[in-house]
Ligand binder design. Sequence first.
Ligand code: FES
Ligand code: FE2
Length: 352
Amino acid sequence: MLRGFWYPAVRGDQVRGRRLVTTMLLGIPLVLGRDDRGRPFAVRDACPHRAMPLSQGWFDGNQLQCSYHGWKFDPCSGQCTEIPSLVPGQDLEVSKIYANAFPCRERDGFLWVYVPEKGEKVRGDFDAGAPPEVPKFSERYTLTFLSADLPVNVDHGIIGLMDPAHGPFVHQAWWWRTRHSIHDKQKAFEPIANGFRMSAHTPSSNSAPYKLLRAYAKADSITTTIDFVLPNCRYETIHAGKYWFASLTTVTPITPGSCRIDVRAAWNIFRLVPGVLPIFRFFGKKFMEQDRRTMEIQAEGLKHDPAMMLIDDADRPAKWYFALKQALLDSRRTGEPMKHPMSGPVTLRWRS
Ligand code: FES
Ligand SMILES: [Fe+2]
């Protein structure tokens, strides 16, 4: 589980009013909420005094108070503001005590939390830069999201996400493709910072949504670009004339043995056609459920430490992912710049 990155923790609309919401991120228990000014916060769900879960305490919209000995904290910075047991003259410096608050920002309907590297001292008000976001190419667009819990380690979630060969078997459906539509494919890839790109190409002609899009946009050229960027982001962008569709999919480690996939999609295509959003969500959910169910079954096979393999070319993106991860860890350890595992553009071929 790679630290030192932003991860989506919960959906923003789950955190309303003065409600406290708990979740887990990279094995860290968190309590999330919003102060009365609407600013989201994320704090380790353990009081720095004696580890009482702060989610069991009281939140007045401003201060978070532990239910055990009543210590109070500013949840955005984590700073302690009151220790009720102190008597005048006791010189404990309350303001030097901090609950473990993390930087927390809202983007595309999710609350993102920056999980610092081990040993990196970070407080809630630390500026960790901007979290990832769905690229948007016009003023007006539709935005939606879908999520599913996956009972596998994040690496299996991520390589499943970038796996080009499971489509005809896992995603069989009359509206998408059948097992018989399997055919030779060839795609160009190139290295990008912290990841790799499936270079801009015309999407495969054998799927119904693309046929529909081509007809609607009356565009002779449709191009798709897919990027993978560490630690867990897959960006897909489709341009068809003045129309566009973009998504950001993340697979986020929850515990060492589980992760969650979140898709946010934005588009300006079909905006004036009624019913497009529910249709998109209906098919999106089906698609995601096929992946989720597959990984649920795969988790059975993973239980007893099986031997596994990655083959060329279909599993090459998975190999790049593992190599990128290793390169990042090496560079952090040595302080040297990260050595990208790809030396230049590569064309991969497979059948799907
Ligand atoms: S455990 Fe929280 S105040 Fe003591
Ligand atoms: Fe899939």
